[in-house]
Design a protein around this ligand. Structure first.
Ligand SMILES: NC(=O)c1ccc[n+]([C@@H]2O[C@H](COP(=O)([O-])OP(=O)(O)OC[C@H]3O[C@@H](n4cnc5c(N)ncnc54)[C@H](O)[C@@H]3O)[C@@H](O)[C@H]2O)c1
Length: 297
């Protein structure tokens, strides 16, 4: 394999198992020195030891990304061990399924703390170190196709939508500092998928985490120069860009909008422009009567 990451130091969070483990191993094989982080410290050490046993450079971190001081310590460890931080893979994440009225609020908070705040805390610490060093860098956030909206995954989907918005925004803020920020929406057999019957149905066993790792390696490396602010989806065989939300025409204008004119706008104009919603592209009821195929009598 080409040594795309020679002389580069990177952090991969949540790398004790699953996708993160595959990313850490692949990046190390491409020459990177890797901080293998996982809140499960034993698993982090197992991945790091495996990399070292194969001649790579790796050190383990058992910090939690959900705590700002610990997130900063992950980045500090990279700088103290390897002299710099050139890349970050914000991969640590939690997932569960629940209908909105069945949500456990402690579970909601825990998920947001890891999937949203954890990405922000670790990202902010990494960006500070990268900007201070003045030699650019690359961040790959792990989002999800669920960010387009999925049943029973509202809180998870929202957390991954937040990661997508963060990616676009930071890409704008950091271009001048030479720091690229992209996101990957993976699909792979991990314990996250094993927990859900629906995910298992959508994810054949040959979709291994190592099939996603080359996408992350590419985006982290200089081979992806000029590519920033992108959401890239890979599910094994398919690779594509995820389109960005946009301001849809027609954009109506009046000095002020009252309820009557808003209603009129929907009755006369927007009814025909309503968007199919969610990953399953469900047609809104008002439009459905025009899109449901006629049954023969
Ligand atoms: N597997 C898929 O098909 C899929 C699809 C879309 C997105 N993702 C995303 O990919 C990422 C990796 O998921 P996975 O499928 O490998 O799941 P996984 O559960 O196998 O691995 C996640 C790892 O993150 C670690 N982690 C959890 N909280 C942490 C914390 N506070 N600090 C540090 N580490 C922590 C866990 O200990 C675990 O080892 C997640 O962000 C997930 O949302 C996965």
């Amino acid at each position: 394999m080409s040594m795309l990451m020679q002389d580069r130091a990177v952090v991969v969070t949540g790398a004790g198992r699953g996708l993160g483990e595959a990313f850490a191993v692949h990046l190390a094989q491409a020459g990177a020195a890797v901080v293998v982080n996982d809140v499960d410290a034993e698993l982090a050490e197992r991945t790091a030891a495996n990399i070292r046993a194969h001649g790579g450079r790796a050190v383990a971190s058992g910090h939690s990304v959900a705590d700002p001081a610990q997130a900063a310590a992950i980045v500090d460890l990279c700088v103290s061990e390897f002299g710099a931080i050139d890349g970050l893979v914000n991969n640590a994440g939690l997932n569960y399924e629940a209908l909105p009225w069945e949500e456990d609020l402690d579970e909601v908070r825990e998920l947001v703390e890891v999937n949203v705040l954890g990405v922000m805390y670790t990202g902010i610490a990494a960006v500070k170190a990268m900007v201070a060093a003045g030699r650019g860098g690359s961040i790959v956030n792990i989002s999800s196709g669920a960010s387009l909206g999925q049943r029973k995954l509202g809180v998870y989907a929202a957390s991954k939508g937040a990661v997508a918005s963060l990616t676009y925004s930071w890409a704008l803020d950091l271009e001048e500092s030479g720091i690229r920020v992209n996101a990957v929406c993976p699909l792979a057999h991990t314990r996250m998928v094993w927990k859900s019957e629906r995910s298992l149905r959508n994810c054949p066993p040959d979709r291994t985490p190592s099939r996603i790792a080359p996408v992350v390696l590419f985006l982290l490396s200089d081979a992806a120069e000029g590519i920033t602010g992108q959401l890239v989806r890979c599910n094994g065989p398919q690779l594509h860009i995820v389109g960005q939300p946009y301001l849809k025409a027609p954009i109506l204008e009046r000095h002020t909008w009252d309820t009557d004119t808003v209603r009129q706008a929907f009755d006369e104009v927007f009814s025909a422009h309503l968007e199919p919603y969610g990953l399953e592209k469900r047609v809104p009821p008002r439009l459905r009567k025009w899109t449901t195929p006629l049954r023969s009598a």
